[in-house]
Write a protein that binds this ligand. Structure first.
Ligand code: NAG
Ligand code: NAG
Ligand code: NAG
Ligand code: NAG
Ligand code: NAG
Length: 323
């Protein structure tokens, strides 16, 4: 049993290591890494490649080699990627079990979609799964009352590790008297992935960043082919590049990407063509459109080699009693 598990884990590690071509960032790399203060992070521009009408482009978008999927609260349309033509729709209905999908990611033929009962109480989430060849709903992993509203999930293409975010909101929802969880309680989590989806580590967002999301929250998230984390808020025409810290539990805000044709919501990197061809998909819910964009990637790897603190010898010690 244990042998099988460790063999499976090392096979996964080998499979993902092959994709890891980026050099590690140097230990002193913080030039493009801001300190979390608004304005200290790197500013990156983007190019819009195309804008496609898609009636389900209300919550998010997912993409694989030949198709993209526009996602609404309880409907998903599969489109041919080359032409944008809609070819299949899954529809759950107003009174169905699916209440509020928030986006999705396609991994190996399965669409994994974050789902919640937003804006209902108590806050409750699940991951819902579809076989994208037929658009049949094939699975569900319920979390019950847990950390917030699940808004996105993705697998880091470089490491194979799964992540996601449970969002909370400063907004007081209609008919309620207190904020919907408070935006500052939004959490980025590392999952064991399918089938158990256990949370093994979690982080919060830097105050400067969650303050820009308020009264809403982190809406979309997708790992670039560079292995870096790209997330969105609810409304801003931007994505934010984040890094896991070497210590503590607050993410580091590295860069802000200007994405003028989307307004927050779900995003998905098209990683199917490799690093050179990668594009970012997003939506404009106001115009019900899917937008494909080109964004330059980070040039060194995201997590390793994080220096925390300095080692001091005799004569150099900092006298903290004088603070
Ligand atoms: C990293 O940040 C520190 C503190 O702001 C600065 O002194 C140092 O020069 C920076 N290093 C690089 C490589 O930019
Ligand atoms: C963070 O960066 C900003 C902009 O470069 C700078 O003004 C501020 O002093 C920095 N804060 C810290 C704690 O290093
Ligand atoms: C997209 O939708 C807009 C607004 O409904 C419409 O004016 C436009 O003709 C549509 N474009 C295409 C290519 O269908
Ligand atoms: C989707 O759900 C949100 C939250 O309940 C709601 O504000 C929005 O109007 C819904 N959109 C559609 C098209 O039903
Ligand atoms: C992808 O899915 C197929 C069919 O379910 C399965 O046979 C294969 O092992 C999966 N590959 C990976 C890398 O998960």
């Amino acid at each position: 049993m244990y042998r099988t598990v460790s063999l499976a884990i090392s096979l996964v590690a080998v499979a993902f290591a092959q994709h890891s071509a980026l050099p590690q960032c140097s230990p002193s790399f913080n030039g493009t890494i801001g300190n979390g203060t608004a304005g200290s992070e790197q500013q990156i521009s983007s190019t819009t490649l195309r804008i496609i009408n898609a009636t389900d482009a209300d919550q998010g978008v997912a993409v694989d080699a030949d198709h993209f999927y526009s996602i609404d609260n309880f409907s998903i349309t599969k489109h041919r990627k080359a032409t944008g033509q809609p070819i299949l729709q899954w529809y759950g209905g107003e009174d169905g079990a699916i209440i509020h999908l928030d986006g999705g990611v396609v991994i190996n033929g399965t669409l994994y979609a974050p789902h919640s009962n937003y804006p209902g109480l108590p806050i409750s989430s699940s991951i819902e799964m579809w076989d994208v060849s037929t658009m049949t709903h094939v699975g569900s992993h319920p979390f019950g009352i847990y950390r917030g509203s699940l808004t996105w999930v993705d697998q880091n293409p470089v490491t194979g590790v799964w992540y996601g975010a449970f969002a909370n909101y400063d907004r007081i929802q209609t008919g309620q008297t207190v904020p919907y969880g408070l935006t500052m309680n939004t959490q980025f989590v590392e999952f064991t992935g399918p089938p158990n989806w256990e949370v093994v580590r979690s982080w919060i967002f830097p105050e400067e960043l969650y303050a820009t999301f308020s009264p809403m929250s982190n809406s979309g998230g997708s790992f670039g082919p560079d292995g870096w984390l790209y997330i969105t808020g609810h409304d801003a025409s931007a994505a934010y590049v984040l890094k896991i810290p070497g210590a503590g539990s607050v993410l580091i805000w590295v860069a802000t990407i200007d994405l003028p044709d989307i307004a927050g919501q779900g995003i998905a990197w098209d990683r199917s063509g490799g690093k050179g061809k990668a594009t970012l998909y997003g939506i404009s819910r106001a115009s019900r459109q899917v937008v494909e964009m080109r964004v330059s990637l980070q040039t060194c790897s995201w997590m390793e080699h994080v220096t925390v603190g300095t080692i001091l010898g005799p004569g150099e010690f900092v006298d903290t009693s004088q603070d």
